[in-house]
Design a protein around this ligand. Structure first.
Ligand SMILES: C[S@@+](CC[C@H](N)C(=O)[O-])C[C@H]1O[C@@H](n2cnc3c(N)ncnc32)[C@H](O)[C@@H]1O
Length: 375
C-alpha cells in the first residue's frame, strides 16, 4: 500500500529522514507531508507508534478525477464503505479542496458524507452518525487541480497529542515541533539537558522521551487503524512489544528546567508526571539570571517569549541578554546552546555568534532555531 504521512510546514525533509531511519525505502517529499510507497500494513502501525514528527498517517482509499460535484460524489461512492465503517461507528470528514467548481471544503466534505450515507442506507439500511469532535472513523478528502483522493485517517487524533499534556501555558510548543527542533539540534540522548524557560515542559519531555527510546505513541490507547479490514492484532502487538522493549530507564541528573512563572512550573510538573518523567526531570521556579542548574548542562535548548507588542521589547532584550550569559557562564564546556525565536531583532541581543540558523515555521511565523557553540 501507499501512505501519505502529514506533518507541519518545513518539517517535510526531517520527516523523510525519520521515515528512512525507520526502514522505509520509497519516500517522496510532498507538501505538508511525505509519500511512503509500496509498504505492508505493518507500516501503518510503525509510523503511528514511532514517528515523532508525523501528524497523521493517511491511507488513500480512492484516487479519482474530480472536477465538479457529480464527479466528487461518484468518486466517493466507488469506495466499499462497509469495509471501513462498522455499524454504530461515527464519522467525520476533514476536507482540503481547491477547485473552482467546488464551492468550499465544507461543502465538498458534505458531498462525501452524502455519498457514504446514501451507499450504506441502500446496501444495509443504516447510516453512520457524524461526530465532528471525536469521530470513530476520521476520513480525509484532498482535491487539488482535478485530482481527488479520499483517505482513511489511521491516526484519528493528530499524533502531536501524545497524551501527556494535561496542563498548558500561554504559548506552549507543539510536541512535534519540539521533536523537530531536537532533531535539528542533532540531540543524541546522552547530553545534560537544560531549558531555562521551560513553560509546560515540551522540549524537556520530548528530549527525555527520545533519550529513553520511549515510542512517541506510548501513552495513546486508541488507534483508528484497528478498524481497518487489513488490521492484524498480532502484527500490531509485534510492533508495540518490540518498540516498548527498547525503552531505557534514564539516570537522574540529566534533565533540568526552570521558569519564572509558578503556574508554568506547576503545569510542567503535571505534564512530567503524566509522561512518567517526574523523577527524571527536575524543574524549579526561577528567573533565568538566578537559576543555577544542579549540574552544569552541555545542551541548552529553549524558546523564550518573543512578544508581539512593542512595549514587551525592552523587557525581552534583557531576557535574551541574560540567556546569552546563562549559556556562556553556566554550561559545562564544550556545550551547545539553542534558542528558538520568531524575532531576528531579539536574537541579536543574545550577544553570541550563532554557528548555524535553522528556519522553521511556527504557526505561520517564520522562526529560527539559533545554534551556539560554547567553548
Ligand atoms: C514561549 S514560553 C515556553 C513554552 C514551552 N516551550 C512550552 O512548551 O510550554 C516562554 C516561557 O518563558 C518563561 N519566561 C519568561 N521570562 C522568563 C525569565 N526571565 N526567566 C525564566 N522564564 C521566563 C515564561 O514564563 C514562559 O513560560
Amino acid at each position: 500500500m501507499d501512505l501519505f504521512v502529514t506533518c507541519g510546514k518545513m518539517i517535510e525533509p526531517l520527516l523523510a529522514d525519520e521515515l528512512a531511519q525507520l526502514g522505509f525505502k520509497q519516500i517522496i517529499i510532498g507538501f505538508r507531508g511525505v509519500h511512503v510507497k509500496g509498504v505492508p500494513p505493518e507500516a501503518i502501525y510503525r509510523i503511528n507508534y514511532l514517528s515523532r514528527l508525523a501528524e497523521r498517517v493517511l491511507l488513500p482509499l480512492k484516487r479519482f478525477l474530480c472536477y465538479d460535484e457529480r464527479s466528487l460524489y461518484e468518486g466517493a461512492n466507488k469506495i466499499d464503505w462497509l469495509a471501513y465503517i462498522p455499524k454504530g461507528k461515527s464519522i467525520a470528514i476533514d476536507a482540503n479542496v481547491s477547485h473552482p467548481r467546488l464551492r468550499n471544503s465544507l461543502f465538498a466534505a458534505q458531498l462525501v458524507k452524502d455519498a457514504i450515507c446514501d451507499q450504506l442506507r441502500k446496501r444495509v439500511g443504516w447510516r453512520p452518525d457524524v461526530n465532528v469532535k471525536s469521530p470513530d472513523v476520521q476520513l480525509n478528502l484532498y482535491v487539488s487541480e482535478k485530482a481527488g483522493v479520499i483517505s482513511f485517517d489511521t491516526s484519528g487524533k493528530p499524533l502531536h497529542k501524545r497524551g501527556y499534556r494535561q496542563e498548558t501555558v500561554e504559548a506552549p510548543m507543539q510536541e512535534t515541533l519540539a521533536a523537530a527542533l531536537l532533531t535539528l539540534a542533532r540531540f543524541q540522548g546522552n547530553e545534560i539537558v537544560c531549558d531555562p524557560c521551560c513553560g509546560s515542559g515540551t522540549l524537556l519531555i520530548e528530549a527525555a522521551l527520545m533519550a529513553s527510546k520511549t515510542p512517541a505513541g506510548f501513552l495513546r490507547s486508541s488507534w483508528p487503524f484497528m478498524l481497518l479490514p487489513e488490521y492484524s492484532q498480532e502484527q500490531w502487538l509485534k510492533v508495540k512489544v518490540e518498540a516498548d522493549s527498547a525503552r531505557m530507564i534514564l539516570p537522574k541528573g540529566q534533565f533540568f528546567g526552570a521558569d519564572i512563572s509558578k503556574q508554568a512550573v506547576h503545569a510542567c510538573k503535571v505534564n512530567l508526571r503524566a509522561a512518567g518523567l517526574h523523577q527524571t526531570v527536575e524543574v524549579m521556579q526561577h528567573e533565568v539570571s538566578a537559576y543555577e542548574p544542579p549540574i552544569p548542562p552541555n545542551f541548552v535548548i529553549t524558546n523564550p517569549p518573543y512578544g508581539k507588542r512593542m512595549e514587551d521589547f525592552g523587557h525581552l532584550v534583557s531576557l535574551y541578554r541574560t540567556l546569552g550569559d546563562f549559556m556562556k557562564r553556566k554550561t559545562a564546556k564544550p556545550a551547545r546552546g539553542f534558542i528558538f525565536t520568531g524575532s531576528p531583532d531579539l536574537a541579536k541581543e543574545v550577544g553570541l555568534a550563532a554557528s548555524r540558523r535553522h528556519v522553521i515555521d511556527n504557526g505561520g511565523i517564520e522562526a529560527r532555531l539559533l545554534e551556539f557553540d560554547l567553548y
